[in-house]
Unconditional design. Structure first.
Length: 520
């Protein structure tokens, strides 16, 4: 039996720890953030319910631990969505869990752009199925563009909202497909958790219907007796032994006192920004440009899913905010044959739109019947569509160590250089055109596309997977090419980005890695 050490207790770290424990292995997981209690989550919920906009409440008291800096043409606001803590960003995620398309894994072969992944959709498909069961995914097989499935979804889909039904009538007339969004939230009781009660406070789900990996994976991992989580412990560097293997990870708590955790095998699962940063911080005489970076591509090829938004105003009430997640989506322009020239996109109907009654009251300058009349007139007549757009890997988009700014522990913060080219820009423009067409067909008086893109916490490609050690950081089994007992399990291993939200694919990769490491 080997001793494993995982750095990062987000989706990948928690899923991998549980899989290894169930295979009889002993695991220590080091997590920079805290273990949030149910009392803390309840307090967040009550603050949201009182009308306070907390943004992302899962922020560390010592903000400099999460510090970063941008120096590219486009700024990535990392901390609106990413979260440190047991469960990682799933504490705050939206919960969309589509699978990637088969073509996403073979972009070079199919379209002559970027690279092929060293694994295929077919190899990952059994793990997609396992991940859906472990997380608890509500969905139905109504996406005509999706890859094949070996199993049904474990729960029926979240029903269409009023806005979904209105938009679907329009897409049917236009010949576009609209189908249910697979969701990591319960449509019925599942895994000992309630069904979704439609509270519309999904950022801190009060019923437990939304899956968060502290509940779905970390807790059962601990219950095996083989996993321990060290929270509020920030990994500072990895150190090698004389043979070139990782011997220990050095970490510190808020007291800044350094400790070391030794193991036989190390897995870094700290996201697409912090994973390359930790390897860069672990430079040594053997690896002067960063641990496992003989290729020179560590930290490069950063991708995201730029989001285009379009809104329309309707005569009828659409009753938004009864839920605030996306219950419908379209792969129509994701599974497209034009990906050689223009970025594909996956678009959703948002169940939000316009100001809420409290927000109208704050700005209207009215009182009593006049305010009530304004709310009746203004609230609930806006529908919003959004599209996540593919981005090809570009080595100029990268993570480096900032030469000027350090964090709470005195380590250089990540310096992000990011932009996107005409390929992605054409996809954004096409997405806005399609979404405006759909809204007008649905009866909107107008359709306005946002000129400012929204940036989800999908940080991809910075420790890319590949067969060629000269052009990638990890192999098809996520082992670094340069260090035999070091593995990386993070969205950073994406070879190309696709359009699908990455958490389900990341979980599937973690389960596959767990089987590989334990001989399962």
């Amino acid at each position: 039996m080997s001793e494993f050490c995982i750095v990062g207790a987000g989706a990948a770290g928690c899923a991998l720890a549980l899989r290894l424990a169930r295979r009889g292995q002993r695991v220590t997981v080091i997590e920079s953030g805290p273990r949030y209690t149910e009392e803390q989550k309840e307090r967040f919920f009550l603050q949201y319910r009182s009308g306070r906009d907390l943004g992302n409440p899962y922020r560390l008291p010592e903000a400099s631990i999460e510090a970063y800096r941008n120096d590219g043409k486009v700024n990535l606001p990392l901390n609106y969505e990413r979260s440190r803590g047991l469960g990682g960003t799933t504490l705050f995620w939206l919960g969309n869990t589509p699978r990637m398309l088969p073509d996403d894994f073979r972009m070079r072969s199919r379209f002559g752009v970027a690279e092929d992944w060293p694994i295929s959709y077919d190899e990952l498909e059994p793990y997609y199925a396992q991940a859906e069961v472990e997380i608890g995914i509500a969905g139905t097989d109504d996406n005509p563009f999706a890859g094949h499935r070996s199993t049904p979804y474990p729960m029926p889909p979240i029903p269409f909202s009023l806005a979904d039904k209105l938009i679907k009538k329009a897409t049917d007339r236009l010949g576009y497909d609209l189908h249910h969004t697979p969701q990591a939230r319960n449509s019925v009781g599942y895994g000992g958790r309630s069904e979704c009660l439609g509270c519309a406070f999904c950022m801190v789900c009060p019923s437990g219907a939304k899956a968060t990996f502290d509940r779905t994976h970390a807790l059962p991992a601990e219950q095996t007796g083989r996993v321990r989580f060290l929270t509020d412990c920030t990994a500072l560097r990895l150190e090698l032994d004389a043979s070139g293997r990782v011997a220990r990870v050095v970490y510190a708590g808020l007291d800044r006192v350094e400790h070391a955790q030794e193991a036989d095998v190390f897995v870094v699962s700290s996201g697409g920004i912090e994973t390359p940063r930790l390897l860069l911080l672990s430079a040594s005489a053997r690896f002067p440009d960063g641990l496992a970076n003989r290729s020179g591509v560590l930290g490069r090829h950063l991708m995201n899913h730029p989001v285009a938004n379009t809104t329309g105003t309707f005569e009828q009430r659409l009753d938004p905010f009864r839920v605030i997640f996306e219950s419908s989506e379209s792969f129509q322009f994701y599974a497209t044959g034009t990906r050689a020239e223009t970025a594909a996109f996956l678009w959703n109907v948002n169940n939000t739109g316009g100001d809420r009654p409290a927000e109208i009251a704050e700005t209207a300058g009215l009182w009593g019947d006049a305010l009530l009349s304004r709310i009746e007139t203004d609230f609930g007549h806006t529908a919003s569509l959004s599209a996540g757009v593919d981005q090809l890997p570009d080595p100029r988009n990268r993570i480096r160590l900032d030469p000027h700014e350090v964090d709470y522990f005195g380590s250089p913060v990540p310096l992000i250089t990011y932009d996107f080219d005409g390929y992605t820009q054409r996809g954004l423009e096409r997405a806005r055109q399609v979404m405006a067409e759909v809204l007008i067909e649905a009866g909107a008086r107008n359709a306005e596309g946002s000129k400012v893109n929204w940036w989800p916490g999908h940080h991809l490609g910075t420790v890319r997977m590949g067969n060629d050690a000269a052009r990638s950081v990890v192999d098809r089994n996520l082992r670094t090419h340069d260090v035999p007992n070091l593995y990386l399990c993070t969205t950073g291993v994406w070879t190309t980005g696709g359009c699908a939200n990455p958490t389900l694919t990341l979980t599937a990769l973690a389960l596959r890695l767990g089987d590989h490491l334990s001989g399962g």
